[in-house]
Design a protein around this ligand. Structure first.
Ligand code: URP
Ligand code: ZN
Ligand code: ZN
Length: 463
């Protein structure tokens, strides 16, 4: 039996097991996992002595090449998937946006055109629905048949993305039958808008007022309402970018009652806080995203939620805008600052360092949070999200001892600042493979734009 690549001497880690083993790859798949696989059969041998071998990371929340706030997110599908690869993430689920009056298919086709020629690794889409007359409900079923098996709905951004409760309920009733999963942006957009208008009227226009006009109660209320709507519809629910303990409590209560409710958080909520706005001038714009940063004490609650399985996934909500010319659009008015931050590159290292490195959870739980549960919830498992015979050879040789200081000077995202500037992590990817092809080795990118495939996903089956 010939191997295209053989990874030797590594410690293989899945969501359930940790063991010393070789991993053999042929035709883009893992074809053997075992001890002392014959090296002479391999065209390429990668030595993983002293390193972990992880399944490639799956980031289920990114916004590449996305028009938003009068500009477009700074990474496209080439620069974004490349930066993701440097960080050990080999699959993305991005968002195709349906604008008002458009069909859902138009959204899907538009984002396929953006991604297909550019992505260096595999990708899939959720569809953001912003306009859902009854006549369009059937389009949700059509998209599910095309492998777009999740939909993001917004309870915030009135007039732009927000849907009313009736439309949300109808969408949830549809997904309860077609096997899709609703991903909810849970913030009370109406109440927030009133607070925003009041702040502006009082001349409070600096970046920090973006955060101060979006209180945790607004997130908790919407989370609770979303759960109630999903319960009435008999549908599963996935809360995106959960940022605070108040919302976490709502998810925990729902799960304790046995409801199929899931939630993700993101590294920015685990590492950053309102204190990041204590910077001179307009610098705080670097931290304007939604939901906003919270008081520092929420961080430990979120880490604990990840440990206790009240939270199931860490994604990034990567939505990069350069400080110069893009964030600067809101220099005189925080409502004009494009919302979003860059994070696609450092998710794996930040979660490994904060989770495993700081003794908060095991290396298996780490793999579960960044790869296995994302794959299971979003219809990609076991093709992605684990290391097993027959799975795609999306693999990361990860050095748990390599230290790195995160900086815009060295990162690969196409953005002129880092949210995590100066944070020193321990644990970095050395070699990253997508379907058996090396994407990153010796800190160099050796992949190819357009090599990534669209992933037609299966429906939701639980975890
Ligand atoms: O500020 C954010 N999060 N921008 C991206 C859009 C969203 O709501 O996820
Ligand atoms: Zn959102
Ligand atoms: Zn987002």
């Amino acid at each position: 039996m010939g191997f295209d690549t053989l990874i030797v001497n590594g410690t293989v880690v899945t969501a359930t097991d940790t063991y010393k083993s070789d991993v053999a790859i042929a035709a883009g798949k893992v074809i053997a996992v075992g001890s002392n696989l014959p090296r002479e059969n391999a065209s390429k041998v990668l030595d993983a002595d002293g390193k972990y071998v992880f399944p490639g990371g799956i980031d289920v929340h990114t916004h590449l090449d996305m028009p938003f706030g009068g500009t477009t997110s700074a990474d496209d599908f080439e620069t974004g998937t490349r930066a993701a690869a440097f960080g050990g993430t080999t699959t993305l689920i991005d968002f195709a946006i349906q604008y008002k009056g458009q069909s859902l298919r138009t959204a899907f086709e538009t984002w396929m055109q953006k991604a297909t020629p550019k992505a260096v690794s595999d990708f899939a889409f959720h569809c953001i629905i912003t306009d859902l007359p009854d006549a369009r409900l059937e389009e949700m079923n059509e998209l599910v048949r095309e492998g777009v098996t999740s939909f993001k709905l917004f309870m915030a951004y009135p007039g732009v993305f927000m849907l009313d409760d009736a439309s949300i309920f109808k969408a949830l009733r549809t997904t309860s039958k077609n096997g899709a999963l609703v991903c909810m942006h849970a913030e009370n957009g109406g109440a927030i808008d009133v607070m925003v208008q009041q702040a502006l009227a009082e001349g409070k226009k600096a970046p920090k007022y973006h955060a101060l006009t979006r209180p945790t109660t607004a997130e908790a209320e919407a989370t609770s309402r979303a759960i109630a709507l999903a319960e009435m519809a008999g549908a599963p629910l996935y809360i995106v970018h959960l940022s605070c303990n108040d919302a976490l409590e709502k998810v925990r209560e729902a799960r304790d009652r046995g409801l199929p409710v899931y939630a993700e958080t993101c590294p920015q909520y685990l590492y950053l806080s309102l204190e990041n706005f204590d910077v001179p001038g307009f610098e705080g714009a670097k931290y304007v995203f939604t939901p906003p940063l919270r008081e520092k004490w929420h961080q430990e609650k979120l880490w604990n939620g990840l440990k206790q399985d009240h939270l199931q996934v860490v994604s990034t909500d990567h939505c990069p805008f350069c400080f110069k010319e893009q964030k600067e659009l809101g220099r005189d008015d925080f409502t004009k600052i494009p919302n979003g931050g860059p994070g696609i590159e450092h998710r794996m290292s930040l979660v490994f360092f904060g989770g495993v490195g700081q003794g908060r959870f095991s290396v298996n739980r780490f793999v579960e949070l960044v790869a296995t549960t994302p794959a299971k919830l979003f219809g990609l498992y076991p093709r992605k999200g684990t290391i097993a015979v027959g799975s795609d050879a999306d693999l990361v040789i990860f050095d748990p001892n390599r230290e790195h200081t995160i900086s815009a000077k060295t990162h690969h995202m196409r953005v002129d600042y880092s949210m995590f500037e100066g944070i020193r992590v321990k644990g970095m990817p050395d070699v990253v493979l997508s379907r058996g092809r090396v994407l990153v080795e010796d800190n160099k990118f050796v992949g190819r734009a357009g090599a990534g495939n669209f992933l037609k996903r299966a429906g939701y089956t639980g975890v």
